[in-house]
Design a binder for this molecule. Structure first.
Ligand SMILES: Nc1nc2c(c(=O)[nH]1)N[C@@H](CN(C=O)c1ccc(C(=O)N[C@@H](CCC(=O)O)C(=O)O)cc1)CN2
Length: 281
């Protein structure tokens, strides 16, 4: 019986890479469903995403592909396209992005399991439990920050989490957590980065008198709001918008940018290229 898989890789760009991929697929009776590639001139690296169907199993495919990947100096991943990833969502007091993701999961648009939601405030417990999902309140103070982050990593391990989603979580994660979650944590920043990093971007935007505000979904790194950008969305504003109205206008674009980024990550459409992201939409 054929299963569906997604092969993603990056490697030094050279003649013969696509030939090697097609040879691998032919050996396994593979049928390409979607293939995308990007040749990055600056780094002379080739990025590819190949969605294909093939009989056989993941372990067998991985074992057969490994020597090819090694010979081409590939950074690669071969995933089961039907596997349901496990998400841990983190939130503070603003629940619009959390609510949007929970709704998308409930209607089947977001094909992922959400074993639990973690928050440093109790405010959104009812929303989470109304979806039948565990809510874990992990308060954060300067004295408890390390314990809170240890707890987070323990929960990630205990629940076999594939992706941590910071859905307007308003605490800065420490260097160790960021290292442990490298490439596996996405944040929604409520500005059109690189403008207005850090706290209070809508207040900053109001002071600056901007005519566009936006939201940026990015991978989390130790450098606050500097992580590789995955998706951005903007909305027009004007001089009549106070900071609260800017925040209200921003809510929809925050939800949209984050939902797209999470969806693309779990569909294996995102490949890191240094501090940039190749997005095979
Ligand atoms: N290591 C990282 N941690 C976090 C990131 C990140 O990119 N790297 N993104 C933030 C989210 N964020 C903006 O999107 C953000 C959150 C919090 C702050 C901030 O100054 N927080 C204060 C406390 C605020 C409060 O208690 O209400 C602080 O931590 O001192 C700025 C930006 C999530 N974490």
């Amino acid at each position: 019986m054929s299963e569906e898989y997604v092969l993603t890789f990056a490697c030094p760009d050279r003649a013969g890479v696509v030939h090697a991929i097609s040879g691998f697929l032919l050996r396994h009776g593979g049928n390409i469903l979607q293939s995308q590639q990007h040749g990055d001139a600056a780094s002379n690296r080739l990025f590819m995403r190949v969605h294909f169907s093939a009989p056989g199993d993941l372990a067998e495919l991985r074992a057969d592909f490994a020597p090819t990947a090694e010979s081409l100096l590939m950074q690669w991943r071969l995933a089961d396209a039907a596997a349901r990833p496990r998400l841990l969502i983190m939130v503070s007091k603003y629940g619009h992005c959390l609510n949007d993701l929970l709704f998308r999961r409930r209607i089947g648009e977001l094909p992922a399991d959400i074993p639990l939601v973690v928050s440093n405030h109790p405010d959104l417990a009812d929303l989470v439990t109304s979806h039948g999902i565990r809510f874990e309140h992990v308060p954060v103070t300067p004295d408890t920050k390390q314990d809170a982050e240890d707890r987070l990593l323990a929960l990630v391990e205990e629940h076999r989490i594939d992706l941590v989603v910071l859905a307007r979580y308003m605490q800065i994660l420490g260097d160790d957590v960021c290292k442990q979650l490298d490439g596996r944590a996405i944040n929604i920043h409520h500005s059109f980065l690189p403008s207005f990093k850090g706290a209070g971007p809508y207040r900053q935007a109001h002071v600056r008198g901007v005519k566009l505000i936006g939201a940026t979904a990015h991978y989390v790194t130790a450098d606050l709001d500097e992580g590789p950008i995955i998706e951005q969305e903007v909305v027009r504003v004007d001089h009549t918008f106070c900071p609260d109205r800017l925040a209200a206008a921003g809510r929809d674009v925050e939800c949209l940018a984050l939902a797209r980024a999470v969806q693309w990550h779990i569909q294996h459409r995102l490949l890191l290229n240094g501090n940039r992201v190749v997005v095979f939409r």
